[in-house]
Design a protein around this ligand. Structure first.
Ligand code: ADP
Ligand code: MG
Length: 634
């Protein structure tokens, strides 16, 4: 095909604009990206050659070569991996296939406020792959030939990183791809062997195939000229070329673990913790698992892939092997290298494999143990790490209660909450139990939208009065997740907004008696209330849970809280139309007034609507509410 000029997909053009204009200081990561692509291409070849040996073309030594030419101002990264066809070059280098990257770019674009520097650091965290070459180059030439294809089927792709790129067919004997960066004047320091080697050591040491560079030797100056490094014409391997996870633990420094993490997780920040083990037994595998220190921007996307790379005996098989980690641990990054799985394993096969199941269980146990160690560590720095972890991922972890019954007890120990005694999300169930009052038989909790709403909830009044601690739960998943946890270490969990309040032994006989009497004398009014509110309330009853408030809403013992129902509705989902129970405080002046009020109906509705307002809801008919209040005010 003759030369054609094509336009980048709009998102790529946007991305390129950001890349070339960002003040991102850490430009050197472009080399990590290009070497990682070269390595991916070699992995792909190795994988496809399993089924089709001809792809090796008698050149089975996979490698990456990095070379530069100071005079021509170029830097070239060459691999002998899978290569690209012309169409693949157009597709893969002209569009962004990954929806995650697309979302990211539109987010970047949308945040016009973000200054260039901030955008730059976002780019670095995210890793924009191939396009990062344009941070240091004003033109990139890619030449490639697909493994197994004829020499005449090569492709040249050229772009200056503005709106367009050119492709043409070329002859290329060598299999694989070379990416040539035409360095910008301000990026000429990358045309330096020492600099390039140090970048490769920093980012790409673990790449499991050799990265070669031209060997240089020092030569003293002659005739008054300065000395310098001179090419010897030989190549040398500049990385360790051994997959990090296969090396013994004792030979790996924390810096190496951290760098490896940054590489596989596209994260600039160091991980909070990691665990590296060889697991032996019926299934043999190596696991290297990391807990990140920050949640990614798409944490809440449950379609988000798990962050585990699967290798079989060091051969890369796939990214995002979701079968290797349960959904609620989707934030964990790392590598699993199995000795037992077949190399041609597919995602579908993974779902069914017994080995995979046992690896997943092993991974889960390992992560929970790492977390438990942090949480219970005597070391303050480790403890602080747990607080960081919980702040970022606590809500995701809770999903496990509904997802992983076998680890429910372990998970319950890892949970932390705010409580009526502290706003800090730091109270464990065990802490709570240790502080329980004499005679207290349940762990009390309340769910609400915010800590403030939870703390000021009328349902809490009697607990406050009696000095009983109540856990405050404000994560969206709390209500759902706690639905799966009925007790902790033998003590039942009790929502203070569900069912009749039962303080058990915490209430003395005199109190119980007084309450019964009050209820008895209030009975006729109660019946009238039930009739007046029959469309709104499932039931009306007298309660002892209120001290200062006139009324509150509760749901039946196993019903969905009004808060959760409201959330579901806001999210456009179906929520069961259950009516709440109105509980009234027979001691409250407003409620007493009801007994012989001439405005009984208005007062009854106001009582109900106010209880709804107090818990963050809205009356069904706000205008009617206002009218009623006003009619009483005048
Ligand atoms: P990613 O590597 O995350 O897919 P990149 O932007 O780094 O994203 O690369 C885009 C695509 O271009 C790759 O998925 C691959 O298909 C193709 N590509 C890039 N570099 C090479 C290479 N050296 N050999 C073969 N294909 C490549
Ligand atoms: Mg890449």
């Amino acid at each position: 095909m003759s030369k054609q000029t094509l336009s980048f997909q709009a998102e790529v053009a946007q991305l390129l604009h950001l890349v070339t204009h960002s003040l991102y200081s850490n430009k050197e990561i472009f080399l990590r990206e290009l070497i990682s692509n070269a390595s991916d291409a070699c992995d792909k070849l190795r994988f496809e050659a399993l089924a089709n040996g001809a792809l090796w073309e008698d050149a089975p030594n996979l490698e990456v070569r990095v070379s530069f030419d100071k005079d021509a101002k170029t830097l070239t990264i060459t691999d002998n991996g899978i290569g690209l066809t012309e169409q693949e070059a157009i597709d893969n280098l002209g569009t962004i296939a990954k929806s995650g990257t697309r979302d990211f770019v539109s987010k970047l674009e949308a945040s016009q406020k973000a200054d260039a520097k901030e955008q730059g650091s976002l780019i670095g965290q995210f890793g924009v792959g191939f396009y990062s070459g344009f941070m240091v180059a004003d033109k990139i030439t890619v030449e490639s030939r697909k493994a197994g294809a004829a020499a005449e089927a090569g492709v040249r792709w050229v772009s200056t990183g503005t709106g367009e790129f050119e492709v043409e067919t070329i002859d290329r004997a060598a299999r694989g791809t070379s990416v040539t960066l035409h360095l910008r004047d301000d990026a000429m320091d990358y045309a330096n062997g020492w600099r390039l080697k140090s970048i490769i050591n920093k980012y790409s040491d673990h790449i499991s195939l050799p990265i070669l560079m031209g060997k240089e030797e020092w030569k003293d100056g002659e005739d008054g000229k300065d000395g310098g490094m001179v090419a010897t014409g030989e190549w040398e391997t500049v990385n360790k070329a051994s997959a990090l996870w296969t090396r013994p633990k004792k030979d790996i420094t924390p810096e190496q673990y951290t760098e490896f993490y940054k590489q596989i997780a596209f994260d600039q920040e160091a991980p909070l913790a990691w665990s590296h083990n060889r697991v032996e037994g019926s299934t043999e595998y190596t696991q290297l698992l990391y807990i990140p220190s920050k949640a990614p921007h798409d944490m809440w996307n449950r379609d988000k892939k798990a962050g585990i790379k699967l290798y079989v005996k060091r051969v890369f098989i796939m990214d995002d092997a979701e079968a290797l980690m349960p959904m609620y641990l989707r934030f964990v990054k790392g590598v699993v290298d199995s000795a037992d799985l077949p190399l041609n394993v597919s995602r579908e096969l993974l779902q069914e494999s017994r080995d995979v199941k046992s690896i997943r269980e092993g991974n889960t146990r390992r992560v929970l143990t790492v977390l438990e160690d942090l949480a219970t560590s005597g070391d303050d720095a480790e403890k602080a790490k747990y607080a960081t972890f919980y702040g970022e991922f606590g809500a995701v972890l809770k999903e496990g209660l509904g997802e992983d019954f076998s680890n429910k007890d372990k998970l319950a120990k890892l949970l932390r909450f705010a409580s009526s005694t502290t706003d800090k999300v730091s109270v464990s169930f065990a802490d709570y139990k240790a502080r329980m009052k004499e005679g207290q038989e349940a762990i009390y909790y309340i769910t609400a939208d915010t800590i403030a709403a939870a703390k000021n909830s009328p349902q809490l009044e009697v607990f406050k009065k009696k000095g009983i601690e109540v856990l405050l739960m404000t994560d969206r998943v709390d209500e759902w997740a706690l639905g799966y946890l009925h007790e902790f270490d033998g003590t039942p969990l009790q929502s203070v907004a569900k069912g009749a309040v039962d303080l058990g032994k915490l209430q003395d006989e005199a109190e119980k008696k007084a309450a019964e009497e009050a209820a008895e004398s209030f009975k006729p009014t109660l019946e009238k209330l039930k009739v007046a509110l029959k469309d709104k309330a499932e039931d009306v009853r007298v309660t002892t849970r209120l001290v200062d408030s006139a009324a509150c809403l509760v749901v039946q013992d196993h019903g969905m809280s009004t808060q959760l129902a409201r959330m579901l509705k806001q999210a456009g989902q179906d929520a069961p139309e259950t009516k709440p129970i109105l509980e009234v405080n027979a001691d409250h002046p407003l409620v007493k007034k009801l007994v012989d009020s001439t405005h009984f109906d208005d007062l009854a509705h106001i009582l109900f609507d106010q209880a709804l307002l107090a818990e963050g809801g809205l009356p069904d008919d706000p205008a009617a509410y206002v009218k009623r209040v006003n009619s009483l005010l005048v």
